[in-house]
Design a protein around this ligand. Structure first.
Ligand SMILES: [Zn+2]
Length: 388
């Protein structure tokens, strides 16, 4: 039987242990040790990785009550080795996991909701609750959770007797009455959990909620995404840097960038309206210069918007006996076209026209629209003499 060092001290980073067994499996060699600080996956926390001597432990799992360390290379049974876990990774997980206890404990105390799903992903920790939490409640909850962090509350563990357990009110109540490990955070949470946690809430550092969304399944519940400790710090630092860059670009104070962006967007809306107006005005002027033509009209443009181009086409169809085509774009990126006619059924002619200008598109008998990948020179050559 393996002595589980992480039960007595969650902060053991290295230790020596003797190999009890080493068996080849589909996943590599599964090694058991006489003592271990490697935590096998459980309680929502992933299994540890690290080293046994120079041999990489890429995962740790529990199977039939045994802690299995997965390695790529066989180790000698009976031999004693220096072992080391990937501490940085483990510590971040413990910070996130312990933060989850604080939040779940508070939600349970305040609203009576249960944590019905917990996942530690690479971008965020998510907790599913079986009740609704409003944005106001969420803000309060985050504030209170962080106050519990700063209060430096002890996080303790115990294995109560079945009698004590029966009397105990705790989260994740199990059917089992023996070997149930209880994790307690002073005045905040009591929960059955097998994973390692930090010594005190202060080590969680910070708890930052990222989002709270209604869960799609499972009734009126929510999913809170959050980060704690170093993960939260790095995430916030990145967002701060991003905001600082926006603040420089907009010459706005760092705590006022949203208002500056709002002003920018409203200015942009105004400018869009002004551009549309100018575009329409240019179109009207251009339309006036179109001369009465026998045959087809072919016009190129690179600045006007679509409604303006349509206006030109509408004027041009009145002044020709064939088709009136307007192209916007350039030879490199290709052109968008609008073609109109009062004399040709364009719905029928679309195929022939598209073939001639290497284009695609269609529409009604009076007007078709599309795009083409042909040079202005070739388009003009083809269209000027085109007839049904
Ligand atoms: Zn836990």
């Amino acid at each position: 039987m393996t002595e589980r060092l992480y039960y007595t001290d969650s902060h053991i980073k290295s230790f020596t242990a003797r190999v009890l067994s080493c068996e080849q499996t589909e996943k590599g060699f599964a090694v058991t040790l006489d003592r271990t600080a490697f935590f096998p996956e459980g309680g929502g926390q992933l299994g540890d990785s690290g080293y046994i001597a120079q041999v990489r432990v890429f995962d740790t799992h529990e199977k039939n009550g045994e802690v299995l360390h997965y390695v790529n290379q066989a180790l000698t049974v009976g031999e004693q080795y220096d072992c080391k876990i990937d501490w940085e990774q483990r510590y971040r997980r413990m910070q996130n996991h312990s933060g989850e206890h604080i939040v779940s404990g508070l939600v349970n105390k305040r609203y009576g909701y249960s944590n019905v799903g917990f996942h530690m992903g690479s971008d965020a920790v998510t907790i599913d609750f079986d009740g609704f939490i409003s944005p106001e409640q969420l803000a309060e909850l985050e504030n209170e959770a962080n106050r519990r962090v700063f209060a430096d509350l002890k996080i303790t563990t115990s294995f109560p007797s079945s009698e004590e357990l029966n009397k105990l009110d705790y989260r994740s109540k199990l059917e089992l009455t023996e070997n149930v490990r209880i994790v307690e955070i002073e005045d905040t949470d009591v929960c059955a959990c097998c994973a390692p946690h930090v010594y005190s809430t202060a080590e969680v550092g910070i708890i930052k909620f990222l989002s709270c969304e209604r869960r799609r399944r499972g009734g009126d519940g929510v999913r809170i995404s959050m980060l704690c400790g170093l993960d939260a710090y790095e995430h916030l630092a990145q967002i701060y840097e991003n905001n600082a860059a926006v603040s420089v670009m907009l010459s706005a104070k760092r705590d006022n960038t949203a208002a500056a962006v709002e002003r920018l967007l409203s200015e942009q809306e105004k400018q869009k309206g002004r551009i549309a107006e100018l575009s329409r005005e240019i179109a009207r002027q251009r339309a006036e210069t179109i001369e009465q033509t026998e045959g087809n009209i072919c016009i190129f443009d690179s600045v006007l918007d679509e409604p303006s181009l349509r206006e030109i086409v509408n004027s041009a169809v009145e002044k020709c006996t064939g088709i009136a085509a307007v192209f916007s774009g350039d030879d490199q990126l290709g052109y968008k076209y609008i073609i109109g006619s009062k004399h040709v059924d364009l719905k029928k002619a679309a195929k022939s026209l598209n073939e001639g200008i290497n284009g695609r598109g269609g529409g009604k008998s009076e007007m078709i629209q599309g795009s083409c990948a042909e040079t202005a020179e070739n388009i003009t050559k083809f269209l000027i003499n085109w007839t049904v």
